[in-house]
Design a protein around this ligand. Structure first.
Ligand SMILES: [Zn+2]
Length: 296
């Protein structure tokens, strides 16, 4: 079985070859450019998959058994593969992203997930969520995505949709989010909001930058308080583009959690994602591999 995991974000797409033990073997990066349409991107993705598996096998023939999993930003119907995300993938409304993959790899086992769910699966499989009964994965980058798992199964709506905890409202008087609401978690605590707070300051030791990071940590922590209050995780992992700032953010995240510990069980370990930005590819690969008969 050859495992492929794809992670489609609003800015970049990554295609990876993953071992059956959950190790990323090789990967390619592609600029997503959503304005050029999904057909354009998926053509590049299928070419990338072919290149990766041909390099691995040393042959131009597609291996007999391939599983291909795709994690994608925003709302997706995991049963049909229809993506409805005009927000961060401009123009992608009711878009079938799997059809080009099915056409190119007709015998492959194929799965699709929201990208935060894919990252949660990747960390649960071989990362910081291994053996954790109730695991929350929070990806903080351009936006905020949350994937939650219970005993190895993604926690989702009964119709298959993702719960969108990144759009929990933390401040009804806060900044307007692209979803139309005010003060969503991702409008207050994403990497995009940090950029707004930093303005043109790029020295992270500057007092304004330190305040901006502490404020971001406060808002990240407040969202985690709500996740503790409603989901009751045993462990929380933070990944995504701001992982590199995690050590600076953690003091204010942990202080905020401590400040709410009287009634809410916020005494939960919080740490970085073991696989960093690769968690989504690894988890997407597992989502398809898990459907195939010889998965562990
Ligand atoms: Zn929102």
């Amino acid at each position: 079985m050859t495992l492929v995991g794809i992670d489609i974000g609003g800015t970049q797409t990554r295609v990876g070859l993953v071992s059956r033990r959950g190790v990323l073997l090789a990967s390619h990066r592609i600029a997503t450019r959503p304005e050029y349409g999904s057909a354009n991107l998926m053509k590049l993705v299928t070419e990338s998959i072919n290149s990766l598996i041909n390099t691995e096998s040393g042959s131009t023939n597609t291996p007999d058994r391939v599983s291909i999993g795709l994690g994608i930003t925003g709302p997706v119907d995991v049963r049909t593969g229809i993506v409805t995300n005009p927000y961060t993938l401009t123009g992608w409304s009711q878009t079938d992203v799997l059809q080009p993959i099915r056409q190119a790899f007709p015998t492959a086992t194929i799965a699709i997930e929201n990208d935060a769910n894919a990252a949660a699966i990747g960390e649960w499989w071989t990362g910081s969520g291994q053996g954790v009964d109730r695991f929350a994965m929070v990806t903080v980058g351009t936006g905020i995505g949350v994937g939650m798992m219970v005993k190895g199964a993604v926690w989702r709506r009964s119709d298959g949709r993702h719960c969108e905890a990144g759009h929990q409202v933390l401040d009804p008087n806060g900044p307007v989010c692209y979803c139309g609401a005010r003060g969503c978690w991702e409008a207050l605590a994403s990497g995009t909001s940090l950029k707004h707070r930093l303005g043109n300051i790029d020295d992270l030791d500057h007092p304004i930058a330190r305040d901006a990071i502490a404020e971001m940590g406060y808002w990240i922590g407040l969202g985690l308080v709500n996740i503790c209050a409603t989901f009751g995780p045993d462990r929380i992992a933070i990944g995504g583009g701001v992982s590199s700032l995690l050590s600076s953010l953690l003091p204010s995240i942990e202080q905020t959690l401590r400040n709410h510990r009287v009634m809410i069980p916020t005494d939960v370990p919080v740490g970085g994602a073991h696989h960093g930005d690769n968690a989504g590819m690894i988890g997407a690969a597992y989502a398809a591999y898990g459907l195939a008969s010889d998965a562990a």
